[in-house]
Design a protein around this ligand. Structure first.
Ligand SMILES: Cc1cc2nc3c(=O)[nH]c(=O)nc-3n(C[C@H](O)[C@H](O)[C@H](O)COP(=O)(O)OP(=O)(O)OC[C@H]3O[C@@H](n4cnc5c(N)ncnc54)[C@H](O)[C@@H]3O)c2cc1C
Length: 428
């Protein structure tokens, strides 16, 4: 049974589904605008999904060296620029208190999908674009071999110093989660699975809302066989005048209940994020390897380190539309093997990592879904993973669907979603 508070005439007219970065910030903005909001998540606390277990890079566009045009760089750079000011506006926490990484070094390994000179051209194009948006942008610099940090493998093709940084997603999740739970206009309903939605014919049902959202206690979602034999027992319907669908991996599946589908081919992946307390190699800069199925190491000011090696950490790939499209494969992860392969992979680029003892013992594995439009994985230069321009907020008569795309674009899209809800409610 779901423990959803009984609503009265003053019930929240707005349901925000999914308390990740996108949903939580949308709820905070709506609350700031004076609305009562019900924020629903299957987890017990806000910010427990991909927004917790990711690298937190505030992309400027350097990593998108395979995109056909500059729309992706423009979008992620715009999101990154507004990221911390929006977080400060909605939480009241000064952006100076958010822990960041040191500026990223990009390396081009010997077997990169693009030669170093092409990557250098791409970096210059990104710098031109970001400089147009930001007067104080510090352009990337291709380092002379003698100036490379000593840690990289001898066969590395090129090394670039950039000014791009990541934020500590663990710290930020705690900040956002606390702001959501403390806000008197936000009613957080955790441990609750969203299992379906429909539009409501108000003239016939005299329903208080235009949309009904079906929920059940987390983990008790009936499968097709159970539905046939026991019906939908345990499910409850909630009605709202406006709904924000911020379910991330389940977003497309829920939109489909309202007929909001098109022919876009989506691919879902689940990617592990390895978290290690403190640093792993003294003096190792935060590093991203381009272009291909490599990985990253991020040092958040000595507090903790994020490691990801794509070939080991990418678990499954599916085009099946569902609420948890890869749950069976996530349950079967061999964690020891994943850690072993990840550190071995990183050691191919940063040999000292291979000489460090006890890393596997210190490591914890989290992870989250990554979605992209397309039919192929990252090793295909034409993969949708290299292109994130088709993301953002869609509004259809009070049903607002957020395709967050990236962590760095979540705050920008949350403001957009909140303003679309506000406009809809003012118009009804
Ligand atoms: C390993 C990894 C590294 C990444 N690195 C970066 C990076 O460096 N920079 C960057 O910009 N982006 C990065 N991303 C992408 C980024 O994490 C996501 O784009 C972003 O966090 C999505 O935010 P969200 O709020 O939409 O989703 P989430 O944070 O996942 O929030 C969705 C919420 O919905 C809930 N939910 C889902 N389905 C249901 C359901 N049926 N019922 C109830 N609740 C449900 C979940 O519990 C979750 O809390 C990375 C992703 C991963 C996995």
């Amino acid at each position: 049974m779901v423990h959803v508070p009984r609503r009265t005439a003053t019930h929240p007219r707005i349901g925000v589904l999914g308390a990740g970065f996108a949903g939580s910030l949308t709820a905070l903005k709506l609350a700031k605008l004076g609305h009562d909001v019900m924020l629903i998540d299957k987890a017990s606390y806000p910010m427990a999904g991909a927004s917790l277990h990711n690298e937190g890079k505030l992309h400027l566009g350097y990593v998108y060296a395979a995109t056909s045009d500059d729309r992706t760089h423009q979008l992620v750079a715009e999101g990154s620029r507004s990221f911390l000011p929006i977080v400060e506006e909605l939480t009241g926490i000064s952006q100076d208190r958010v822990r960041r990484s040191d500026p990223f070094v990009y390396i081009v390994p010997v077997d990169s999908q693009r030669p170093a000179d092409q990557i250098a051209d791409h970096f210059m194009a990104v710098d031109r674009l970001v400089s147009d948006q930001q007067d104080d942008h510090c352009p990337s610099e291709r380092l002379d071999r003698g100036d490379w940090p000593a840690c990289y493998a001898d066969d590395t093709q090129a090394v670039f110093q950039t000014c791009e940084v990541a934020v500590d997603t663990h710290q930020l999740s705690a900040i956002i989660g606390a702001a959501v739970l403390a806000h008197e206009r936000i009613e957080f309903v955790g441990d609750t699975d969203i299992v379906g939605a429909a539009t409501v014919d108000r003239s016939r049902l005299r329903s208080p809302g235009a949309f009904s959202v079906r929920v059940t206690a987390a983990g008790s979602r009936p499968n097709a066989e159970e539905r046939r034999s026991h019906g939908n027992g345990g499910e409850e319907s909630l009605s709202f005048d406006s709904v924000v669908n911020a379910l991330w991996q389940g977003r497309v599946r829920l939109d489909a209940d309202l007929g909001l589908t098109d022919d876009t081919p989506w691919l879902w992946r689940w990617k592990a994020a390895i978290d290690i307390g403190g640093t792993i190699v003294d003096g190792l800069p935060s590093t991203t390897a381009v272009l291909g199925p490599y990985g990253d190491v991020v040092n958040y000011d000595g507090a903790r380190t994020y490691v990801s090696w794509y070939p080991a950490c990418s678990v499954g790939l599916t085009d099946e539309v569902g609420f948890e499209p890869l749950s069976d494969r996530i349950d079967r992860i061999d964690r020891d093997l994943m850690l072993k392969k990840s550190f071995a992979g990183i050691a191919g680029l940063i040999p000292q990592v291979g000489r460090m003892d006890g890393l596997e013992r210190r490591a914890r594995i989290g992870g989250g879904y990554i979605m992209a439009v397309g039919n192929t994985d990252i090793d295909d230069p034409k993969s949708g993973l290299h292109d994130r321009a088709d993301i953002g907020v869609n509004a259809t008569d009070g049903w607002i669907s957020i395709e967050t795309g990236k962590y760095c674009t979540a705050p920008m899209f949350a403001l957009d979603a909140a303003s679309k809800v506000n406009a809809h409610l003012e118009g009804t």
